[in-house]
Design a protein around this ligand. Structure first.
Ligand SMILES: *Cc1c(COP(=O)(O)O)cnc(C)c1O
Length: 436
């Protein structure tokens, strides 16, 4: 290097780290992330790809672009409420606040009055019992699958789980319930046929080797025509006589009936109808964080809670806090999207369409997440050229439309009203890019 070598004019690392904008970003994102940005841009300048005087503004611009997570927020314009690929349920403001509170040291397992250890997750449990008074007790684990594994392990490992052949389902991405149950060491005792199972099929199979009887809600498909299945009240009579626990795997996480989804089972009704316990997901129709929720009889839940596996699937403090907040609030973005007023959806769609000179078409949203198959959620969508879709997905903010029948459809059901203006800007930008 000579005196004239431009590389001598590249700002030093400590100078760059001392820039106020960089200091702010360092507090937010952490030293490592910022140092990486600085070193990369200095290297670029050494290679002659950036002029020395461009390094400082480039660092400032780059740190402003840095994000704490590579996950990108997406405006869900598909009309699918519980969208598995978008992380299922978006959390409520209440749940978000609970997460922030729970992120520090919190009394999750401590009685501050006595200074001694307390039971974990008491408040979330109480919120659930208040929302679903048919349950004596509640247990929260990592997800619905974990709830089912814990139940079948604690109640039936080395013994039989009696289940109808019509309920041996695959949920998504190759996740098969029968395989999951078999992995616990319980043996599946399949009864009935795909389309018809009768009470005597169950009673013939039940005996001293039965660990539990399992009813699974076939949440993501429907069997029509010549079908019979056995309801919880009849099964209850048979299982109670032999003191066999009756489990109902609901999947969706409705605590009480939702008139908009008449075929979707809920915890309250299932427990009242005779299930000893129900298992459900926190991030489907409950609209909360990923969690497995078990509700029902104290003696059965105690057996599960005392099983060593319970420790391996226990929910973390963030989940417990977010479940408590979601359940106590009694509503969530999922609930609101499910019940969105079609007239309001139409006027929002018309406003967006008018601004970009597009048309509005009738469009049914869906529950998604494997729930309520075939139940349309009537609404409206803005119809754009298909070519806009890729630009929407890759724009900022990212927007996921529905591509269907050669068109790019924007359904506003799952987009909060407050984001309408951001959505409009994103659509304008995508249409400009698509025209180029
Ligand atoms: C979704 C679902 C599960 C699994 O729940 P996860 O929370 O995804 O682990 C189990 N049973 C049924 C019926 C479901 O719909």
């Amino acid at each position: 290097m000579t005196e004239l070598d431009p590389r001598r004019r590249i700002p030093r690392t400590d100078q760059l780290l001392a820039l106020p904008e960089v200091g702010d970003a360092r507090n937010r994102l952490g030293e490592n992330v910022i140092r990486r940005v600085v070193l990369d841009l200095q290297d670029k300048a050494r290679r002659g790809e950036l002029a020395p005087e461009e390094v400082e503004p480039a660092v400032v611009a780059a740190v402003a672009q840095c994000r704490v997570t590579s996950l990108r927020p997406v405006l869900n314009a598909t009309g699918v409420v519980v969208h598995t690929n978008l992380g299922r349920a978006p959390l409520s403001a209440a749940a978000l606040e609970a997460l922030i509170t729970a992120s520090g040291y919190v009394d999750v397992e401590l009685d501050l009055g006595t200074g001694t250890r307390s039971k974990r997750g008491v408040a979330a449990r109480e919120a659930l019992l208040e929302a679903c008074p048919a349950a004596e007790d509640a247990l929260i684990v990592n997800n619905g699958a974990a709830a089912l594994v814990l139940a079948t392990t604690a109640l039936a490992a080395g013994r039989e789980v009696v289940i109808s052949r019509g309920e041996l389902i695959e949920i998504g991405a190759g996740f098969r319930l029968p395989d999951l149950i078999a992995s616990t060491g319980a043996r599946l005792r399949e009864v009935g046929t795909t389309n018809r199972t009768h009470l005597r099929d169950y009673t013939d199979a039940m005996g001293p080797d039965t660990g539990c009887v399992l009813k699974v809600h076939p949440s993501n498909f429907r069997v029509q025509g010549f079908t019979t299945s056995v309801g919880l009240p009849e099964l209850r009579e048979a299982t109670a006589a032999q003191q066999i626990p009756l489990i109902s795997d609901l999947g969706s996480g409705l605590l009480t009936p939702d008139p908009a989804l008449p075929d979707e089972p809920d915890a309250f009704t299932s427990l009242t109808a005779g299930a000893d316990i129900v298992t459900a997901s926190g991030d489907k129709l409950l609209g909360g964080p990923q969690a497995g929720i078990v509700l029902g009889r104290t003696d059965v839940i105690t057996r599960m809670a005392r099983h060593p596996l319970a420790r391996a699937v226990r929910a973390d403090k963030l989940t417990l806090a977010a479940i408590e907040a979601t359940v106590a609030a009694g509503t969530s973005p999922v609930t609101e999207a499910l019940h969105a007023d079609p007239a309001r959806l139409r006027s929002r769609a018309e406003r967006l369409a008018a601004a970009v000179d597009a048309s509005v078409v009738a469009h049914d949203g869906r529950v998604g997440g494997g729930g309520a198959p075939g139940v349309p959620l009537p609404g409206w969508a803005v119809r754009l050229p298909e070519a806009a879709a890729v630009h929407l997905r890759t724009g900022d903010p990212a927007v996921l439309p529905r591509v269907h029948d050669g068109a790019c459809l924007i359904d506003l059901r799952c987009i909060p009203d407050a984001d309408d203006d951001r959505l409009l800007e994103a659509v304008r930008a995508a249409l400009r890019s698509a025209e180029r």
